[in-house]
Design a protein. Sequence first.
Length: 129
Amino acid sequence: MSNVVEGLKYTKGDEWIRVEGNVGTIGLTDYAQNALNDIVYVELPSVGAVLARDGAFGTVESVKAASEMHMPAGGTVTAVNEALESEPEIVNSDPYGAGWFIKITLSNPAELDDLMDAAAYAEYCAGRD
């Protein structure tokens, strides 16, 4: 069973977002990093990029596959996790902490209402196992 953290919102594409005020921190779920296996490369957008909900914002490559990451909500990128450039495996070891991908200023917080909470995401994952 994958680790699902309370207080986050989740997408069906296996991204998570932690919201504090109008800032969202986005990453890849434990379920997804488990499915991908050893992550060897992460490509992220530049600070200042303006991205729409569901738009691609980066790529995660593992020994098994490459996957695009999609925005759970629209916004402007305010920070990228530069540590992932040299240590992409952090996503495997700490997907909800040090393995975060980007931080954004939300353009429309109401978009978060369409995302799953932890209980709904855990049920969604269980249905795929």
